[in-house]
Ligand binder design. Structure first.
Ligand SMILES: Nc1ncnc2c1ncn2[C@@H]1O[C@H](COP(=O)(O)OP(=O)(O)OP(=O)(O)O)[C@@H](O)[C@H]1O
Ligand SMILES: [Mg+2]
Length: 331
């Protein structure tokens, strides 16, 4: 692990992050007051249905939102105590290259088909470090070994099409780790893979965390994956965090009706169905008042449609956004 400024307990603190998208005739707030934090070495899962704002949140952290369409209208993103939203673009690029790595869902499109994987890893290493090609190649072989690729000194000269989807995802993880980052952001990195390979990749991420002390923000629509991998979880719905806390707590005693609904649909861990456990669909974000989940909530009372619930902070670092969670638990 690198020596780091340990002034704060947290590596990443996202506070009140608010992102709006502008189209010709309207502005839609797709991420609304999202707050969470990740300690060094922690794996935080960010879970939610399609369209809940997971990718937009992660792109905001990486400084990769398209500026012509998306605007961060509020909030702070503190990385190691420094606010990424108030930095010069060159500084953000330096942090993104060196201290935050990112992997995405689709391993084939993220790799260039005309270059060997070695070429791509080496070029990546040399983009943020003054290092000779041969030394970078040695490091690339080590990285391929770290991510569990057999015979890395041979695999380094393979083209992406010569590899399986699982191997390509390992290559992308190797690339993301090449600068020895403090934080890895993984946006649905296993969704395109079959369950066996998915389990291997999760296992790999766990081992890498143990070995390197890296913190991981792991984004998924699948709570079963969260239970396999994460220490803590934040449940996102319609651009807002509805519940957050330690994975053990949330899985043994989900308090929010939305989390309860999500959990009730993971009885079959081999199911690759998209997440639709609860009747209905998320609201159009421009049209919500009251609790955003209330139109689909089987416990909703009149008050839920009228009053927008604030986050309540509980013990064990748990948080919940539901007016009646105590009554619901009692019944
Ligand atoms: N370029 C864009 N222009 C307008 N709206 C957008 C754009 N990108 C995303 N959105 C909207 O922002 C919201 C959040 O999208 P986001 O991609 O973060 O969802 P997600 O939680 O990552 O979903 P998925 O599980 O499908 O990846 C959605 O309602 C989406 O329609
Ligand atoms: Mg997404």
């Amino acid at each position: 692990m690198k020596t780091m400024n340990r002034s704060s307990e947290y590596l990443l603190q996202v506070e009140n992050l608010t992102v709006e998208f502008r189209t010709d005739d309207e502005t839609v707030r797709v991420v609304d007051g999202v707050s969470f934090a990740i300690r060094r070495g922690e794996i935080l899962g960010l879970v939610g249905e399609s369209g809940s704002g997971k990718s937009v949140s992660s792109l905001a952290i990486m400084g990769l939102l398209p500026p012509s369409m998306a605007k961060i209208t509020d909030g702070h993103i503190l990385f190691d105590g420094q606010d990424l939203l108030r930095m010069q673009p060159s500084e953000i690029r330096r942090i993104r290259g060196n201290r935050i790595g990112m992997i995405f869902q689709e391993p084939l499109t993220a790799l260039n088909p005309v270059f060997t994987v070695g070429h791509q890893i080496i070029t990546g290493i040399r983009a943020h470090e003054a290092i000779r090609w041969n030394d970078a190649r040695t490091r690339a072989i080590e990285l391929l070994g770290l991510v569990g690729i057999a015979d890395p000194s041979v695999a380094i000269d393979a083209y992406p099409f010569q590899m399986s989807g699982g191997m390509r995802q390992r290559v992308l993880i190797a690339m993301a780790l090449s600068s020895d980052p403090d934080l890895l952001i993984a946006d649905e990195p296993t969704t395109a893979l079959d369950v066996t390979i998915q389990a291997q990749i999760l296992d790999l991420l766990r081992k890498i965390r143990e070995k390197t002390g890296i913190a991981i923000l792991f984004i998924t629509h699948d709570l079963a994956v969260i239970s396999e991998l994460c220490d803590n979880v934040a449940v996102l719905y319609a651009g807002e965090i509805q519940e957050r806390g330690p994975v053990d707590e949330i899985f043994s005693k989900p308090r929010h009706p939305y989390t309860q609904g999500l959990l009730s649909c993971i009885a079959d861990p081999t199911s690759k169905q998209p997440l639709m456990p609860i009747e209905g669909t998320p609201p159009l974000l421009s049209e919500v008042s009251g609790c955003r989940f209330s139109p689909r909530c089987r416990h909703a009372l009149d008050g839920c449609h009228a009053k927008h619930p604030e986050i309540q902070y509980l013990e064990n670092e748990q948080e919940i956004r539901c007016l009646y969670w105590q009554e619901i638990l009692r019944n």
